[in-house]
Design a protein around this ligand. Structure first.
Ligand code: PLP
Length: 442
């Protein structure tokens, strides 16, 4: 399989989109800015495959950036959403499925109470407001390379699209907001301790990706999450574990299942929405008790707990059995193995890093030592040019990777041997294309 490098129908739509939508996309990571070329406009998805408006089929390794743990248009999810839609799309009142979804999340995680929202951004924004309300402090600590959505105070040195586009600072975020955020290097326990020693009584919370996947996958070094737990507890600050990406994706219980550090608050999204807009934050009952209408911290949403989204989320979680995670884990390792083999064979220095079933691939420049990436600074030593060559070769061979070396590769239970065979056939060409890019690190 070899598709042409141009994509006329996508290009036409992209031209029209660029007239009416800034940059032609509704979320920056969808643009092909760092890999070049035209973003593909998708017409449909089935199982492990996407079909674009030029009629080309791709094995999808984005899975909507994580949510689609069981592939596109899974019959059980389509059925649940269809049945829900037939009963009404939104009531603006409580519904039973909201209770069921909150109960299911609580069963799988240490959270004692859950508030449903529509996006991961809303979840982290609300969790931070709640932490500030609970502690009566204003300072928020985050780590470089972690992405928590586009919350003003959390965009500093953020991963994901901010890293991909190398945006040094986001205009529109005020100095006051920046002054209330401290950014530390990830996995640096000494820096964390030092900050708390100096300003511990000003800190409302430390927010961390449970296992970061937005600077590529950079899991916490052993004991780092425990350190955050201990230091925050000692100084009366809260720990917010952002499981928007890892939740019900890294494993059945998210990252917490694999690294059992109890945070005060958690944020969830992606898989728990089954491909529809649903997210949540939750945690200690005494902290959640401060939320309106029970308490004085206001938080609300017209479409929060939307019937279609809760139906999709419940169906997605019901499919997410221990056996399904085993299968996804084995697909994930098979894919890692074939990717590593192709890159070794082509002589491309690389590092594959995992967090449960999540993984990403760092490609390095010619002669560069493939380091164990433990923070954002190291993540930035990867070769964007090599990734771009690799990405584009995979695309023309019918494999859709995330268009950035800072993103995770996501698989689903729908990725079967046939899908893996197509990827395996494409990999040697992509690895050779990457190898052909000379030394470019700098
Ligand atoms: C860890 C993490 N937190 C928060 C978010 C923001 O979620 P959303 O894009 O739904 O606002 C993301 C999105 O990728 C994420 O990966």
């Amino acid at each position: 399989m070899l598709y042409p490098s141009d994509a006329p129908a996508s290009a036409e739509l992209f031209d029209r989109a660029s007239e009416v939508i800034p940059g032609g996309v509704n979320s920056p990571v969808r643009a092909f800015r760092s890999v070049g070329g035209t973003p593909r406009f998708m017409a449909s998805g089935h199982g492990a495959y996407l079909t674009d408006v030029d009629g080309r089929e791709y094995v999808d390794l984005i899975c909507s950036w994580g949510p689609l743990l069981h592939g596109h248009a899974h019959p059980a999810i389509v059925d649940a959403v269809t049945k829900a839609a037939q009963k009404g799309t939104s009531f603006g009142t409580p519904t039973e499925n909201e209770v069921l979804l909150a109960e299911e999340i609580i069963r799988r995680t240490p959270a004692q109470q859950i508030r449903l929202v529509n996006s991961g951004t809303e979840a982290t924004m609300s969790a931070i407001r709640l932490a500030r309300g609970f502690t009566n402090r204003s300072l928020v600590v985050k780590f470089a390379g972690c992405y928590h959505g586009h919350v003003d105070s959390l965009l500093a040195e953020a991963g994901s699209g901010v890293a991909t586009l190398a945006i040094p600072e986001t205009r529109g975020v005020t100095q006051t907001q920046t002054a209330e955020t401290v950014v530390l290097p990830y996995n640096d326990a000494a820096a964390l301790e030092e900050l708390f020693a100096q300003r511990g009584d000003e800190i409302a919370c430390v927010i961390t990706e449970a296992a970061p996947g937005n600077m590529g996958v950079v899991p916490p070094v052993s004991g780092f999450n425990q350190k955050i737990r201990a230091v925050t507890a000692a100084h009366g600050a809260l720990m917010i574990s952002d499981e928007v990406m890892t939740g019900f994706r890294a494993s059945i219980g998210g990252w917490h299942e694999l690294d059992q550090v109890d945070a005060d608050l958690y944020t969830f999204g992606k898989v728990m929405g089954g491909g529809l807009p649903a997210a949540a934050f939750g945690g200690r009952a005494d902290v959640m008790a401060l939320l309106a209408p029970a308490g004085p911290v206001y938080q609300a949403g017209t479409l929060s707990g939307n019937p279609l989204a809760t139906a999709a989320g419940l169906a997605n979680l019901q499919l997410s059995t221990p056996e399904a995670y085993q299968q996804i884990a084995s697909t994930s390792s098979e894919l890692q193995g074939m990717t590593a083999s192709a890159l070794y064979a082509a002589g491309v220095p690389h590092k594959i890093q995992t967090a449960g079933t999540m993984f990403s691939v760092f490609l390095f420049g010619e002669g560069q030592e493939p380091v164990n990436v433990t923070d954002y600074e190291q993540a930035r030593t990867q070769s964007a040019e090599r990734f771009s060559a690799f990405f584009n070769e995979m695309l023309t061979r019918g494999v859709y990777l995330p268009p950035s070396g800072y993103e995770c590769w996501f698989v689903s239970s729908a990725h079967d041997e046939k899908a893996l065979e197509r990827i395996d056939a494409a990999l040697p060409y992509a690895a050779s294309a990457a190898a052909a890019v000379g030394y470019d690190h700098g």
